[in-house]
Every structure is written in structure tokens, then in C-alpha cells.
Design a protein around this ligand. Structure first.
Ligand code: MEV
Length: 320
């Protein structure tokens, strides 16, 4: 038997950082995916390999140790933790493929964790709901990273656009938002924990000012929700630009991120902002008419992906 599970990456459209202080946020699944295949190992060893990410390792899921035959670990820690918590330690072969850039704030670890868990559950014939899958995957992310946003695994599991309210309820927005966007990402990875701490320090030094910036982000996220529900693309772009300015005011932009944002706008993107924690990582630029011009301009300096939101969350296939 071979089990295949696939989960999408994500971007935060509005509300990163302010969400840490109880404000709402909107994130969406994108049409870049991690795919995990699991089958019985032909040997007595558990093998993990990825052609896309260029690594191969022999794994001991009981002791959470691995012997790397090729490549760099990184994402292995999430798979190891998933196996440790949810596998009976029998020898299996795991193949991972992914076109989500690693460590760029695009939910690569959440997608890999969700896909691995879904494949494992299916392999063991375990029944599960999307809710428990997202919760279990979030738990793994927290174990590996220390802190993790529950939004990531929720979006990667359910797909679509998800609104997280002030009272911490999740609502899947009943829309199909088809406008394409460019993701620009730098080779400099942001460190989410450090960026969250830097914002906290800035807030402690400037409580009144930073509180106003954060509450403004909350107001604009709610306006963004209505703009999405009304498919008001120009308004969404305008709000993205304001959100970027506020993120810059919180100190999370970098010269590379700002350059991508301003290049995108110059080439006709109707909105461009950092997505995720900043300090490195990614920007998103909404491009209804000119995605190729924006993408090729950013690609002169950094890496790009052309994407859309996808309603498709985790899905799987079982081959006997
Ligand atoms: C990081 O992707 C988003 C932050 O808001 C942190 C979080 O919500 O955990 C910066």
C-alpha cells in the first residue's frame, strides 16, 4: 500500500504581528504544495528522501535520531516529530516533494507537517477530522519551534482564505478570490521568534504609539475582510499598501523586502506588502493585469513565485 498526502503553503494577507496582540488576521492557502508519500520500506530501515529538497536520511523514529546520507536537515525535524508522536516505528519509506520555499514564511513547515501526519493517519487506517489534523500538526510545530501560529496549520489543512477574529474564532471566507499575485522571497531567512521579540521591545519603549499602530492593523484587517467578501480588488491593494507601511513602522522590513515592494508597485502591482514575520522572507504583490512584468522585475534581484489562492486544503490518495 502507498499513501500520498498533499498540503498547500500559505501567505498572511493582513494582520501579521498585530495578531500576536489579539487583533484579527487573514491568511490564505496558495497553489504551491508539499506532497508526502509513505509506503512499507523494502528494508528494515525507515528512509526519508526528497529529490526536490535534495536530501536523504535514515531515520530512527523511536529515538528521533537520523543519519543524513545527503543534503541538509531543516525540515526533517518536523517529519521526525510527527513519526515520533504518531507512528508505530515500523520501517517505512517516506518521499517528500515540495515547491514551497523553505524558511520564507510561506508555511513550508506547516504544509510538510500536515501532509506527513495525514499520510501517517491514512497509512495506519486512523480516522481523523480536519480540526484534529490541524491541532496535531500545530502541536508538532510548537514542539519543534517553541512558538508557532495556529493559523499556519489551519490554513494548510483547510485551504481557502481564513479569517481569525479578535475572539480567536476561525472563519473560512466563502469566496473564490482569483486575482493572481507574485511572491518575492529573499535568500535571507527571517527569524519569527526574533521579529516578534523586536516588536515587543519596540512596544515596551513606545507603548502609546505602537499600540495605535497595532490597533490600526486590526481595523484595516477587518476592512480587508469586507473588501475580500465584496471582491473589491483595488481596496484590497490599497489596504495591503497601508499594512506594509505599518509593518515598516514596526521595524520588520529590510532593504531587500522594501526594494521588492516598491519595484512591484512601480511595475503596476495594485498592492504590495511583507507577508509573515519580516526581517527577511517574503513579500506579496497583487497583480490583476501585469503579473509577468512584476515577476520579471523582482526576479532581477530576488526569487519569485507566481501564485493564486487555492480552496484546496489537504487531500490524500491510497494506492493498494
Ligand atoms: C509569522 O508568520 C506571523 C507573526 O504574526 C507571528 C505569529 O502570528 O505567530 C509575526
Amino acid at each position: 500500500m502507498e499513501v500520498i498526502a498533499s498540503a498547500p503553503g500559505k501567505v498572511i494577507l493582513f494582520g501579521e504581528h498585530s495578531v500576536v496582540y489579539g487583533e484579527p488576521a487573514i491568511a490564505g492557502a496558495v497553489n504551491k504544495r508539499a506532497v508526502v508519500k509513505i509506503k512499507k520500506s523494502p528494508t528494515d530501515k525507515t528512509i526519508l528522501k526528497s529529490h526536490d529538497l535534495n536530501f536523504e536520511a535514515e531515520i530512527n523514529s523511536k529515538s528521533k535520531k537520523y543519519y543524513l546520507k545527503k543534503g541538509k536537515p531543516g525540515i526533517i525535524r518536523y517529519i521526525l516529530e510527527a513519526l515520533y508522536q504518531h507512528h508505530d516505528h515500523s520501517p517505512i519509506e517516506i518521499t517528500l516533494s515540495s515547491n514551497i520555499p523553505i524558511g520564507s514564511g510561506l508555511g513550508s513547515s506547516a504544509a510538510v507537517t500536515v501532509a506527513t501526519l495525514a499520510a501517517l493517519y491514512k497509512y495506519h487506517g486512523k480516522k481523523f477530522s480536519r480540526r484534529t489534523l490541524a491541532d496535531d500538526a500545530h502541536n508538532i510545530e510548537e514542539t519543534v519551534q517553541g512558538i508557532a501560529s495556529p493559523l499556519d496549520t489551519l490554513v494548510c489543512t483547510n485551504g481557502g482564505l481564513i479569517y481569525l477574529s479578535r475572539d480567536r474564532r476561525f472563519q473560512r471566507l466563502k469566496i473564490n478570490f482569483h486575482t493572481p499575485f507574485v511572491i518575492g522571497y529573499t535568500s535571507k531567512h527571517g527569524n519569527t521568534g526574533k521579529m516578534v521579540k523586536d516588536v515587543r521591545d519596540l512596544k515596551e519603549n513606545n507603548p502609546g504609539t505602537v499600540a495605535l499602530i497595532i490597533s490600526s492593523m486590526g481595523v484595516l484587517t477587518n476592512s480587508g475582510k469586507y473588501a475580500l467578501l465584496n471582491n473589491d480588488v483595488n481596496k484590497i491593494g490599497e489596504l495591503m499598501n497601508i499594512n506594509h507601511g505599518l509593518l515598516d513602522a514596526l521595524g520588520v522590513s529590510t532593504p531587500e523586502l522594501s526594494r521588492m515592494v516598491y519595484l512591484a508597485r512601480k511595475k503596476g502591482a495594485i498592492g504590495a506588502k511583507i507577508t509573515g514575520a519580516g526581517g527577511g522572507g517574503s513579500i506579496i504583490a497583487l497583480c490583476p493585469d501585469n503579473i509577468d512584468t512584476v515577476a520579471s522585475e523582482i526576479a532581477k534581484y530576488e526569487h519569485i513565485l507566481k501564485t493564486k489562492f487555492t480552496p484546496k486544503g489537504v487531500y490524500f490518495q491510497v494506492k493498494q
